[in-house]
Design a protein around this ligand. Sequence first.
Ligand SMILES: Nc1c(C(=O)O)ncn1[C@@H]1O[C@H](COP(=O)(O)O)[C@@H](O)[C@H]1O
Length: 161
Amino acid sequence: MPQVAVVMGSISDWPIMKKTTTLLETFGITYEKHVISAHRMPSELERFGQNAKNSGLQVIIAGAGGAAHLPGMLAANTLIPVIGVPIQTRALNGLDSLLSIVQMPAGIPVATVAIGEAGAKNAAILAAQIVSLQDEAITTKLTDFRQQQRQASIDSEADLI
Ligand SMILES: Nc1c(C(=O)O)ncn1[C@@H]1O[C@H](COP(=O)(O)O)[C@@H](O)[C@H]1O
């Protein structure tokens, strides 16, 4: 039974959302991935959201661009925490996606991360932190990941030439 679902509004979001799944694999988290659009597939979205808890999922990561209603509509259909990834857009650089995801009305939260690649990576780390509350092996992997980042920053000083 996968721990996390990675959902995107379109296959065109996959190059960014692949950053999320790659990191989930690094942390040893099991996941499933789907294209589900709130706009184009409203009944599938409702069914997925309403079955998510029973299928054993612990976190949903949802990436969408433009009028990015997908994360909010998933959140409206489940009690599982939803992390929203705003996809960068050509017309408005992803500001449209960010505001559509972050400005949820009180009562239906979406944990919104940064636009684009940084957000896609942070979504995976945040999901790993949530799943790690019940999985000690993931805590160990997260600790190692932090240590590697720290060491890479320390080592980078040698390049200040
Ligand atoms: N924001 C949404 C939703 C939704 O929120 O339901 N469905 C698709 N999309 C977004 O439309 C953009 C363009 O999609 P296409 O490339 O398929 O036209 C994508 O970034 C997708 O996430």
